[in-house]
Design a protein around this ligand. Structure first.
Ligand SMILES: *Cc1c(COP(=O)(O)O)cnc(C)c1O
Length: 386
């Protein structure tokens, strides 16, 4: 089989041609160090600051509140560790997060626990939502930070971030959201949504890998994670990667254009795949059908091993995932599905299809055909398509 279908856009996306084009001058002739004072450096510096201003406008933030990082993982680590390290001096040694966060939040929280910080992991309901009331009940006088993701990477469930942020602010607690999955498709207005810290990563919205951003409200700058030079106004050391920053700004600009129309088109394909996959017997949808990212679909098949399924889908030319990319390398079922209360056996047989702007109607019908055939084959049953 020679065709190849990419249905793992929640893991990463293919860079847009326009993004690559915008970046190239800063990898080639405009290679200056943005901190250098001669013209080559000043050109790089002005491209960096132009990118920061552009992103600030798209997020409703001020440029001085944005810090470029190496990606979502660094931004999440910085938000959690840096905020706690700053506020621990005032006796605040407690954070609140959820059981369905990305590992870069959960493992940063675990690292803080080893330092003696206390962490509350909030449960979620059957579709993966965190309730603002549960957040409120978890707050304590020593709570430094609440960190709840905007949208989940495995099941696509969207959290009520503005409401959660309002609860935090009513109690004088900072609110961080991991918006890495959300940024490509959902609107972000940090002030209106009561967000104090926010993480982004460009490669999840058709930008380059290895660049992200931490938005920090002006009075909520975390303690530094990387010490060194005075880059990023002394808050994040390391020579600025101008090309990557330019790429992220371009990618976010493109993501914000015609959002509703593009989301509608992707959701229509996703719904077609969903309908087809739920026709397979003993299958179940994981996640929130009403509050969900447009391209994400997570389905479990009873009696099917997720790893074998992915392996055979790959042989058939379909790139998909069993959930998070990190969880796919290990044999333990997804922490997200277990938190929803999906039985262990069903969590083992889960498949995440995540569609993006390059997917076509032909892809959608081929995905249904390939998955239906493969699930039947693994169950030792005849397939309707063969
Ligand atoms: C991909 C992802 C991350 C990590 O981002 P990187 O830039 O790959 O480090 C964090 N959170 C969520 C929700 C993600 O999907």
């Amino acid at each position: 089989m020679s065709s190849f279908i990419y249905a793992d856009n929640a893991a990463t996306t293919r860079i847009s041609d326009e993004v690559l084009e915008a970046m190239l001058p800063y990898l080639q002739e405009q290679y200056g160090n943005a901190s250098a004072l001669y013209r080559l450096g000043r050109t790089a510096h002005s491209a960096l600051e132009q990118s920061r201003r552009q992103i600030a406008e798209l997020l409703g933030a001020s440029p001085m509140e944005l810090f470029f990082t190496s990606g979502g993982t660094e931004s999440n680590n910085w938000a959690l560790k840096g905020t706690v390290h700053r506020l621990a001096r005032q006796g605040k040694r407690h954070i609140v997060t959820s059981a369905v966060e990305h590992h870069s939040v959960l493992h940063a929280a675990a690292a803080l626990e080893r330092e003696g910080v206390s962490v509350t992991y909030l449960p979620v309901d059957a579709v993966g939502r965190v309730s603002p009331q549960a957040v409120e009940s978890a707050l304590r006088p020593d709570t430094a930070l609440v960190s709840i993701m905007y949208a989940n990477n495995e099941i696509g469930t969207i959290q009520p971030v503005a409401e959660i942020g309002a609860v935090c602010h009513a109690h004088g607690v900072l609110f961080h959201t991991d918006a890495v999955q959300a940024a490509g498709t959902l609107p972000i207005r940090v002030k209106e949504q009561n967000i104090d810290l926010l993480s982004l990563s460009a490669h999840k919205f058709y930008g380059p890998k290895g660049v992200g951003l931490l938005y920090c409200r002006r009075d909520a700058y975390p303690a530094t994670l990387l010490d060194g030079g005075a880059q990023e106004r002394g808050h994040r050391a390391g020579t600025e990667n101008v090309a990557l920053a330019v790429g992220m700004a371009k990618a976010l600009e493109l993501a914000c254009q015609d959002r509703a129309a593009k989301n509608g088109a992707i959701a229509a394909l996703r719904d077609e795949v969903q309908e087809g996959l739920l026709r397979i017997h003993d299958s179940r949808l994981n996640g929130d059908p009403d509050h969900r990212l447009p391209g994400t679909l997570n389905v479990s098949f009873a009696g099917v091993d997720g790893q074998s399924l992915l392996f055979r889908l790959d042989l058939a030319g379909l790139a998909a995932s069993s959930g998070s990319a990190c969880a796919s390398g290990s044999l333990s079922p997804s922490h997200v599905l277990l938190a929803l209360g999906v039985p262990y056996e069903l969590a083992h047989g889960s498949l995440r299809i995540s569609l993006g702007k390059y997917n076509t109607k032909e892809d959608a019908s081929a995905i249904v055909r390939i998955v239906t055939d493969t699930v039947a084959e693994l169950r030792g049953e005849p397939s309707p398509y063969r």
